[in-house]
Design a protein around this ligand. Sequence first.
Ligand SMILES: Nc1ncnc2c1ncn2[C@@H]1O[C@H](COP(=O)(O)OP(=O)(O)OP(=O)(O)O)[C@@H](O)[C@H]1O
Ligand SMILES: [Mg+2]
Length: 509
Amino acid sequence: MLTERKSLESRELTLINEIAKVLSKGASVDNAVDEALKIMYSFWDVRYSFIALYNKDLKVLNITHAFGLSKEEIERGIFRKGEGITGKVFKTGIPVVIWDIETNKAFANKTRIKEKLKENESFIAVPIRVGGEIIGVLAIFKSFDGKESVERSLEVLIIIGTILGMFLRLNQKMTEERREWEEEKRILTRELTGKYNIDNIVGSSPAIRNLIDIIEKVARTDSTVLLLGESGTGKSLFAKTIHALSERKDKPFITINCAAIPEHLLESELFGYEKGAFTGAYASRKGKFELANGGTVFLDEIGDMPLSLQPKILRVIQDKEIERIGGDKTIKVDVRIIAATNRDLKKLVEEGKFREDLYYRLNVIPIYIPSLRERREDIPLLVEYFLDLYNKKHGKKVKITPEALKVMMDYEWSGNVRELENLIERLVVMKDDVIRDIDLPPYILTTRINKEKAVSNMPQYIERTEREKIIEALERTGYVKSRAAKLLGYTLRQLDYRIKKYGIEIKKF
Ligand SMILES: Nc1ncnc2c1ncn2[C@@H]1O[C@H](COP(=O)(O)OP(=O)(O)OP(=O)(O)O)[C@@H](O)[C@H]1O
Ligand SMILES: [Mg+2]
């Protein structure tokens, strides 16, 4: 009798020891708890067990971990506070043992496990406490053949419940701390890489303010966005900003310029390939959509997407699925799509160069970025912003006169913000102190001349324009002088004379 008792005791110690071991192993919480239940089966003949934790939002206990229970039985395991034995143990904190499951009315049999039980299997439920608070219930079905005392088993289960409570509490604390730490890291990285946020979008015109409003809203969603606007209006900038303001900001932002990559390379760039998919595919490679997983893919110049690839793009948008070239399995990707174009997609659809279904899929949230001409009031702010930027970059303190600014405000800016930015950088590099109107390139001054006829007779303006026009004609005709002369309406001699006069360099090819 004594030896039997001893071996029992040592079995219980082994059980507790094994449970403590899996819980301290550092696996995920769910895995560790599942393992603990499994150990109760291997070391203690517990054929069925479960843990029901209280869900504060739903105000019910539900089974979060189980051993021996089917999916349906687990799903049925929902208990209100005070409902059934599980609900009562949770409410009162008092452990319960039911010997006579078969006949006892208190056993609610919500999981409908009763049918599976053997005759001598009893039910024991103990509270799981975290600090002073009860967070759930640990319950087991165990057979007693006379050797083991039920009281003793209850004590052991209370100990296991306590260990589990401590474990869950520790993990809860760690999760909270990790969340705080991640939040901190996020704030820090945002400060470090804070290149793209609303502050990078300069402008106070109603158009820009409205745009900022829209992208702030859109950033919070996962919807496909189509950015429309002329070249240099800021489509790429807005795309990056939408990503930077979204939940995906710490995940990749990958740009694909559909116009810049040759058609046959574009497909493998986008979707990747499997080893041996074509000559030269020595190893398999992930495409941009896979690499961007969790983040945003920016399809720049979508209007130039080859027709042959359009169905595959549609599939990414609709089903979030891709297939590598030469591969036969479908890969799920979680990407947000932002597309941009300066072309008229509707017209491309009419011309049969763009799929209508893709057009409608992309056009869920079209955002039109107005040209600089449509919001001239932003020019002074932009000039100031770029002056500051490039002064810093080149270690200078160049300023601009109000007259020069006025000329800029009157100019057409067909290259939009990019043209303005490039000009300012060039001027900052070239000038030492002040940018005057006279320092501006002739093509900019010409617009002005058209506006103010009086100035147009000043020789310096005429000469600058003329020189510029000649260079342009020469470039366009590949420096074939006879053709350039024809284009300009000069005789060859007249052109030669001017080339000499303005000291224009003739490039030879
Ligand atoms: N509102 C703005 N505030 C500050 N900078 C801007 C603004 N809009 C555009 N820019 C700057 O102008 C330049 C051109 O913008 P961006 O490349 O985004 O234009 P885009 O519409 O994508 O042009 P493209 O279609 O030709 O590629 C970039 O350097 C961008 O940072
Ligand atoms: Mg761009």
